[in-house]
Design a protein around this ligand. Structure first.
Ligand code: FES
Ligand SMILES: [Fe+2]
Length: 356
């Protein structure tokens, strides 16, 4: 029996809905290779991407879909959308145990969420929401970058945005980000970390100057919600200095709003799927703004990827438990680490072998 450092009894984003169609698609989530495809009715299915016969990946050519079944490309074992084998070559009788582990799956907010842990604990109501991503009131750009670093490093990175000043100077970093103190709140029970930084009078970085057209200084609010383990939301509010604040009813016509969403999905112990999206409530039909934000944000994400890949190498070369030194800016990241550790412990009794 093997246990891992993953929080298994949790929902994870496996893909964008647009990635899944009538071709077998594979992505590894928490060490489990998951096969994803759509039935003819358009429903997403998720099952183990290993044939029970000789373990050939079902996503591998010449494997293919045949109606609402998937046919193994090696010797033709054929499985239904529920993972149950319906046909084997050379004999009528299909062995009773010939079935793939299937995973609860839910398509929501443009994402395909999967649950790789104990099936009876898979409650769809637990999936955190990112409604902007498929709302007509927002225009969204998104992507996914493979990260050769453990997921905890990305969580640290996103919960401490003071690094924008240094790592992302010229894009989203200005001196005020690192200089302005944060407030941190933790909802231990829900597993949510809130980190806020409100800058009253800040330089407008190119990312926002180029997308909003604001020329002068800005009020810049960063309000983070991290729903451990997978979903990270950054509510970003940008307004010219002196513009009125949000009204008592929550309306805020004087400001530009950007919802930055990350889904942080462990692939292996030391690699991560870095899903990123930027939804805006202004210039909805302006393709030039869309293109600009796509290029800018992807550049920023890749700056983090390069840095975290390097950090993973550095950490991997050091003895486990080598000391770090934490300061005030790390409060949110440390809270997130505590919650992640607790989630791993809570699922630690789930052996990998049990879900096969
Ligand atoms: S490995 Fe799939 S049919 Fe043999
Ligand atoms: Fe970053």
């Amino acid at each position: 029996m093997t246990t891992t450092s993953f929080a298994r009894n949790q929902w994870y984003v496996a893909a964008y809905g647009r990635e899944i169609g009538r071709e077998p698609f594979t992505r590894t989530v928490c060490g489990e290779p998951v096969l994803l495809w759509r039935t003819r009715a358009g429903e997403v299915t998720a099952m183990a991407d290993r044939c029970v016969h000789r373990r050939f990946p079902l996503s591998e050519k010449p494997g293919r879909l045949d109606g609402d079944t998937v046919v193994c490309g090696y010797h033709g074992f054929t499985y239904g959308a529920d993972g149950v084998c319906v046909r084997v070559p050379g004999q009528q009788r299909v062995p009773r145990t010939a079935r793939l582990a299937s995973y609860p799956v839910k398509e929501q907010d443009s994402f395909v969420w999967v649950w790789i842990g104990d099936k009876d604990k898979a409650d769809e109501a637990l999936i955190p929401r990112a409604p902007w991503l498929d709302s007509p009131d927002y225009t969204t750009i998104s992507g996914m970058e493979p990260l050769a670093a453990r997921h905890g490093l990305l969580v640290d990175n996103l919960l401490d945005l003071s690094h924008e000043t240094y790592l992302h100077g010229g894009y989203i970093g200005t001196p005020e980000v690192a200089e302005t103190p944060i407030t941190t709140e933790v909802d231990e029970k829900a597993g949510v970390v809130y980190v806020s930084r409100h800058m009253d009078d800040a330089e407008c970085p190119p990312f926002y100057a180029g997308s909003t057209g604001i020329g002068g200084r800005i009020t810049r609010w960063q309000d983070i919600e991290y729903h451990a383990p997978c979903l990270y939301l950054l509510h970003s509010r940008i307004a010219p200095v002196g513009a009125p604040g949000p009204g008592p009813d929550g309306s805020d016509p004087g400001a530009f709003h950007v919802e930055v969403v990350y889904a942080i999905t462990p692939e292996t112990e030391t690699s991560t799927h870095d899903f990123w999206a930027v939804a805006r409530d202004f210039a909805l039909d302006d393709q030039a703004v869309t293109d600009f934000l796509y290029e800018s944000n992807r550049t920023v994400v890749l700056q983090d990827v390069v840095a975290l890949n390097r950090l993973e190498q550095a950490i991997a070369s050091e003895p486990a438990g080598t000391q770090e030194l934490s300061i005030n800016i790390d409060t949110g990241g440390l809270a997130a680490r505590r919650i992640l550790e607790r989630l791993v412990q809570a699922g630690a009794t789930a052996p990998v072998a049990a879900v096969r």
